[in-house]
Design a protein around this ligand. Structure first.
Ligand code: ADP
Ligand code: TYD
Length: 203
């Protein structure tokens, strides 16, 4: 099916500590170096809804319903103000997290991941490429500084394991799994290889 826009939408997903932010920045820089126009963004965004979500991480967690609602509002605004205009303008849009994170993180708070996906895709374009960064729980927790035996270690481990399972349940053609248990440079090379072949096909 032909794409409804001239740009490309590339999404990085994975549990905390897999290296999404690091790799999103490296990918954006490499593509710009090649002469592409790139929009690099993230969710939650830096807009009003995204800021409320980030603040809630320190000021006390929202109810599951409020939280899901805010993620949808944040994403709706992100699609309208940045993602769709950039795709229509022929840019490569790179997103550090997208609605697959809602499937995973709000999924483990009791919502049906498939229903979250259905609602999201009513207003959010699916990606051309979803890079799922895959890393063992031990390494991911070590990278984000969670130590064995810490008070919340068990809870975090359990939550991230469930999130990881939901991410891996997405098995569409646009998914590429990236082994994130390598050096930053090796992961970057693997990602750039995958993205380059996607862009060649789109030409
Ligand atoms: P995410 O955005 O997925 O949470 P980050 O890119 O913020 O992950 O990386 C989490 C931490 O792990 C940071 O301190 C970062 O410097 C480090 N890191 C990222 N990639 C690697 C890697 N391949 N090997 C070792 N450490 C890494
Ligand atoms: P982020 O800033 O990417 O955190 P990190 O850099 O530690 O990976 O994301 C903040 C948190 O928001 C993260 O724990 C995942 C969560 N999140 C959701 O719960 N639902 C969503 O839809 C998104 C996009 C993020």
């Amino acid at each position: 099916m032909p794409r409804p826009y001239p740009g490309s939408l590339i999404v990085l997903e994975g549990i905390d500590g897999t290296g999404k932010s690091t790799q999103a920045k490296l990918l954006a820089a490499a593509l710009r170096e090649q002469g592409h126009r790139v929009a690099l963004s993230r969710e939650p965004t830096d807009g009003p809804f995204g800021r409320r979500l980030r603040e809630s991480a320190t000021t006390g967690r929202l109810s599951p319903e409020e939280e899901l609602q805010l993620f949808h509002q944040d994403r709706r605004e992100h699609v309208e103000t940045l993602i769709e205009p950039a795709l229509q303008g022929g840019e490569i849009v790179i997103l550090d997290r997208y609605y697959f994170s809602s499937m995973a993180y709000q999924g483990i708070r009791g919502f049906d991941p498939q229903e979250i996906r259905r609602v999201s895709e009513e207003f959010a374009p699916p990606p051309d490429l979803l890079l799922l960064l895959d890393l063992s729980l031990d390494t991911a927790l070590a990278r984000i500084g969670v130590r064995n035996g810490e008070a919340n270690e068990f809870e975090q481990r359990e939550s991230l394991q469930l999130c990881s399972e939901i991410f891996h349940s997405v098995q569409d053609d646009f998914v590429t799994i990236i082994d994130a248990d390598q050096s930053i440079d090796e992961i970057h090379a693997a990602i750039l290889g995958t993205v380059t072949s996607l862009l060649r096909k789109a030409d």
